[in-house]
Design a protein around this ligand. Structure first.
Ligand SMILES: [Cu+2]
Length: 611
């Protein structure tokens, strides 16, 4: 404690030393006095790993004030689950949440001095219905993000399955639920993750600690292990701060109203509407805070920080290591790169994105995988890279560059996440080389690019200040069609889109707002074909994609005063994944406040009946 007197000189150093001091007390054991363990882990902490047997595992959600944790085998340090393609994963989730009010406090709204007015109805524009607040209930459930398993109980059904908190029933009808996932043999092998998906409280529960990684292993991993190439799982989480749920508090302003709303509040449809109102979109804000993040539970310092405050990654000299990086932040984007001590970009090799090995449509490995370009990883995205040891005596860094999230988005500064150094190599490692498989086995999504496109759709993203004095924003995702209505998603809403299993579609996702959004769809991976109208070379197979923000074009542009950011994706709905599939923005606050919808995939039998 005496050291703190010296380091008060610099708030940043103080924060770093505080972490180090707390780290000495780190004890992840869950006890009745400390349900989520004690302290924060030291820099470089490696997450515990669990390889569930066929008997499965039990994950208990416990609460300690403003913290939530997954407790597995007595440890409150959410483990990396390792599962094999073609095997069963059984997880019993038990809800021991005691104080839902503490969850509510994490993402609760502030009060505005001058209330926001509703978006007025105007000829030609989609009507905008206001959303409402969902107070946290303490219900929780489990979503296995990216898993190509059915959205049907007892697998990845986040719409009807939940568990009641210990504080009292809230309508789930059960305190625990056992998920029985069958990991298909033809799912891409790589990094996935788990988190709660109870609409309205996803952001708060994730910020309080409920996220964890899943590594799905296949034959490639056997070859890598045989070659002695080590791997490390790095989970970036976001920490609760004043920003959560209270975005843009002082600066959030609706555009000035140019017409009266009198008599228009009840008008909820407009059959001739074809346009998105951009005049009342959430405006730029000038005082957004910086999201605090952690790496494997250790807070990541801001600005210049001593190497001792960073995770230290040792890679055998002349060897390589696989870094599996998960962005489990609620709304912080990452822009990952490897640099030398002077900030110069160093090369690395991308093995997979979003759990999907970097291959072409036929499964052949792409030559473009070697790069020194930084890689944007949106919230929920994953990046798996092979990194070479720097020359002995030098250092390299895993960094996340600053991200421009748009003028209504959060500020995301450059940060160093880890320092990388060479370690003495054993003769065996020196001889090892990663076996090069030129072609990987086909997956559920192989051949997607050559499939006939049965239908094209345009999906629109919008956001408006919520009417009233609660300092919140309503978020919207809807299919563009004449007469569409922008309405925030509410639990139990009917599917927005219905398709037949086995069909293939192209969607253009348009972002009409002043900030980035991360489009995600459950169950299926999609190919990213275009960004802002430009073709993407070697379209990657993803399950979450950044959608660029809208840009002002100038009043005289033929496109009008605003051009939406847009991506074009191609996706198919395999019969094995039929059911109600959610799609939403993976900025958790946006999803909670309405930017979510449901796609119903009709099973083949039903499809035949409707012909
Ligand atoms: Cu969003």
């Amino acid at each position: 404690m005496a050291m703190r007197g010296i380091i008060l000189l610099c708030a940043l150093t103080w924060a770093v030393i505080t972490v180090a001091a707390d780290a000495q007390d780190f004890d992840p054991r869950s006890t009745s006095a400390a349900p989520c363990g004690m302290g924060t882990p030291p820099p470089g902490h490696q997450l515990p790993e669990v390889r569930p047997t066929s008997g499965g595992i039990t994950m208990i959600v416990r609460q300690d004030g403003s913290r939530l944790c997954y407790v597995v085998g007595g440890s409150a340090d959410a483990p990396v689950l390792r599962v094999r393609l073609g095997t069963a994963l059984n997880v019993t989730l038990r809800n021991e949440i005691t104080d839902p009010a503490a969850i509510d406090a994490v993402a609760g709204p502030g009060k505005l001095a001058s209330p926001n007015e509703p978006v007025p109805n105007a000829a030609g524009f989609y009507p905008v219905l206001p959303g409402m607040r969902h107070p946290a209930t303490g219900a929780t459930n489990l979503h296995v993000h990216g898993f190509a398993v059915p959205p049907v109980k007892p697998q990845d059904d986040v719409l009807t399955v939940c568990t009641d908190p210990a504080s009292g029933p809230v309508g789930c009808g059960q305190r625990s639920f056992t998920y029985h996932y069958h990991v298909p043999t033809n799912m891409p092998a790589g990094l996935y993750w788990y988190h709660p998906h109870v609409h309205g409280e996803v952001q708060a529960q994730m910020l309080m600690g409920l996220t964890g990684a899943i590594v799905v292993e296949g034959p490639q991993d056997d070859a890598r292990h045989a070659a002695g190439i080590e791997e490390r799982v790095l989970v970036v989480r976001q920490l609760p701060d004043l920003d959560a749920g209270k975005i843009q508090a002082a600066a959030m302003t609706a555009a000035p109203m140019t017409m009266t709303n009198a008599g228009q509040a009840e008008r909820t449809t407009n059959p001739n509407a074809t346009e998105v109102d951009t005049a009342h979109e959430l405006l730029c804000n000038r005082n957004s805070s910086i999201d605090a993040i952690s790496l494997n539970g250790t807070p990541v310092p801001l600005g210049e920080a001593p190497d001792s405050a960073l995770a230290n990654i040792k890679i055998a000299a002349n060897g390589k290591q696989l870094l599996r990086i998960l962005n489990a932040a609620t709304d912080a984007f990452l822009d990952l790169a490897i640099t030398d001590a002077h900030g110069q970009a160093l090369p690395f090799e991308i093995l997979a994105r979003d759990g999907s090995p970097l291959t072409d449509d036929a499964g052949a490995k792409l030559p473009s995988a070697a790069t020194s370009q930084s890689q944007l990883v949106p919230p929920a995205g994953r990046l798996e890279i092979l990194v070479a040891a720097p020359p002995i005596g030098t250092k390299a860094y895993l960094v996340s560059h600053a991200v421009d999230t748009g003028c209504a988005g959060d500020r995301i500064p450059e940060r160093r996440l880890a320092v990388i150094e060479a370690a003495p190599a054993t003769p065996a490692l020196l001889a090892a080389a990663l076996p090069v498989a030129k072609t990987l086995r086909p997956t559920l999504f192989s051949g997607l690019l050559t499939q006939h496109t049965d239908r094209e759709r345009t999906i629109v993203l919008a956001e408006y200040p919520r009417p009233g004095s609660a300092d919140q924003i309503d978020f919207y995702i809807a299919e563009r069609r004449p007469g569409a209505v922008l309405k925030p998603y509410m639990m139990g809403d009917p599917p927005a889109i219905t398709v037949k299993a086995g069909t293939t579609e192209e969607w253009v996702v348009e972002n009409w707002t002043n900030e980035l959004h991360a489009f995600h769809i459950h169950q299926v991976h999609f190919r990213l074909l275009e960004v802002d109208g430009r073709r993407v070379d070697n379209p990657p197979l993803l399950d979450v994609v950044n959608v660029p923000y809208a840009t002002a074009t100038g009043y005289h542009s033929k496109e009008g005063p605003v051009r939406p950011g847009r991506v074009r994706i191609k996706l198919t709905f395999p019969p094995a994944l039929a059911g109600d599939i959610p799609f939403h923005c993976h900025l958790a606050d946006h999803e909670d406040n309405g930017m979510m919808a449901v796609l119903r995939v009709l099973p083949p039998a039903h499809t035949a009946a409707t012909h």
